[in-house]
Write a protein that binds this ligand. Structure first.
Ligand SMILES: Cc1cc2nc3c(=O)[nH]c(=O)nc-3n(C[C@H](O)[C@H](O)[C@H](O)COP(=O)(O)OP(=O)(O)OC[C@H]3O[C@@H](n4cnc5c(N)ncnc54)[C@H](O)[C@@H]3O)c2cc1C
Length: 385
């Protein structure tokens, strides 16, 4: 089923998210962007509507739904036009918590997942380190066993929700080098020895708090281990599928919003006595982008379908959709801003603001080169030499 067969349940859920976005995000988006912070009040508000645990086990307060609902959630949240806030929410309900839902002990789920789904405790995911992000298997932050505790030392960088998080789903080295030495633990941010470093100034997503985190002899109970020791790398790679689907959907939704607005603008805007949209160069450019966007959305929906049906091809399709979307959004957003002339360079114009972020879509949750590596490894025979 490459195209979604939206049911009444999907539409009802979409309407709930649409209302939340219209009431809680869109009216605040420009101010949050200018002030460089979104309000944490959106977490409990989203939690109350059941938006923070759509795929999680109902036993812990989730809705037990599938990836199609994640797709709808993202498509609607993006219409709020504050990507920093959308990233914050998606880290909370997908990236930092899906591993606890899938592999955590019941005690961990009760203590951290339940309040995260309610939006009462904020989550961050700590994988990337100053020494590197793509090569997860080489991470250095250590967790050494001391009695019933782990003692954690090291640092993380570029961590979304880093300043506001109550806990970090943290990737640490509990064993030797390589992927089998990596584990995941829940690290509460009120632990002694934990500090938030700089809140990094980003080119875009100004409202989101993206931070350095430091761990100096931080003691956490061994019961905070998520799943089994030494399996953290596999858990992270498994969770990446959901993250990449979220990012692909975000990119498509941004492109759809930007192109719709541009089509409206060029239909009205006149130059040399005629609408810009009547000039063939722009008509053809927009026709190309509409075609590519349709292809990108179809690829993402195909990936969602494969993830829902646990089709092993899902991993490669989701990587293709992330790669394709990241390449498309760069060109589409810049050309749509260009179609706005001088207005496309003004901060008050949403499309102009979108141009700031085009480069980053090919970075988070695995760079475009990492996507190409996954695709080529899965789809091409190993060269003989
Ligand atoms: C806004 C933002 C929010 C983020 N939020 C989080 C978060 O919440 N939690 C978290 O853990 N991380 C987060 N990250 C980090 C992000 O996941 C990393 O930036 C990303 O994985 C890339 O790692 P790196 O920056 O260390 O780049 P590097 O890994 O150093 O890569 C540098 C360059 O080398 C290329 N490269 C790497 N490997 C290969 C290869 N095998 N073949 C060819 N080229 C290669 C890369 O594509 C890239 O162009 C965030 C980043 C940003 C920008």
């Amino acid at each position: 089923m490459p195209f979604p067969d939206w049911t009444e349940e999907h539409e009802t859920f979409r309407e709930t998210v649409r209302r939340f976005t219209a009431e809680e995000i869109r009216p605040n988006a420009e101010r949050w962007d200018a002030e460089g912070d979104f309000s944490s009040e959106i977490f409990p508000k989203a939690g109350e509507l059941g938006l923070l645990g759509v795929r999680f086990d109902p036993k812990w307060g989730g809705s037990g739904l599938d990836y199609w609902y994640t797709v709808i959630l993202v498509e609607e949240l993006v219409k709020g036009r504050d990507i920093g806030a959308v990233v914050g929410l998606m880290v909370q309900c997908e990236m930092a918590t899906s591993v606890i839902n899938a592999h955590g002990s019941d005690e961990l789920r009760q203590e951290w997942l339940v309040p995260a789904i309610r939006g009462e405790r904020i989550a961050a995911l700590g994988v990337t380190e100053p020494g590197g992000g793509s090569d997860v298997a080489s991470l250095q932050t250590s967790a050494k066993v001391d009695g019933d505790d782990y003692i954690i030392n090291g640092s993380k960088i570029f961590i979304s929700n880093g300043a506001r998080a109550d806990f970090v789903t943290l990737a640490v080295r509990t064993g030797g080098p390589g992927p089998d030495g990596v584990s995941l633990v829940v690290c509460p941010t009120d632990s002694k020895g934990f500090t938030v470093g700089r809140r990094l100034e980003k080119v875009d997503q100004h409202s989101g708090d993206t931070c350095e985190l430091f761990f100096d002899d931080v003691r956490v109970p061994r019961t905070n281990l998520i799943g089994e020791e030494g399996r953290g790398f596999r858990y992270i790679m498994g969770a990446f599928q959901g993250e990449r689907l979220v990012l692909s959907t975000m990119m498509n939704a941004v492109c759809r919003d930007v192109i719709d607005e541009t089509l409206g603008y060029i239909a009205e805007r006149k130059a040399f006595g005629q609408a810009v949209a009547s000039m063939q160069v722009w008509r053809h450019k927009m026709a190309d982008y509409l075609t590519e966007l349709e292809a990108s959305e179809s690829l993402t929906y195909r990936a969602a379908d494969q993830l829902v049906s646990s089709d092993p091809k899902g991993e490669v399709t989701v990587s293709m959709s992330k790669l394709y979307g990241a390449e498309l959004i760069r060109r589409l957003v810049l050309d749509c801003a260009h179609a706005h002339g001088g207005y496309g360079f003004m901060k008050e114009n949403y499309i102009a603001r979108c141009t700031r972020g085009v480069q980053n879509w090919g970075i988070g949750a695995g760079t475009s080169e990492v996507m190409r590596e996954i695709i080529s490894k899965r789809c091409m025979a190993k060269p003989s030499s």
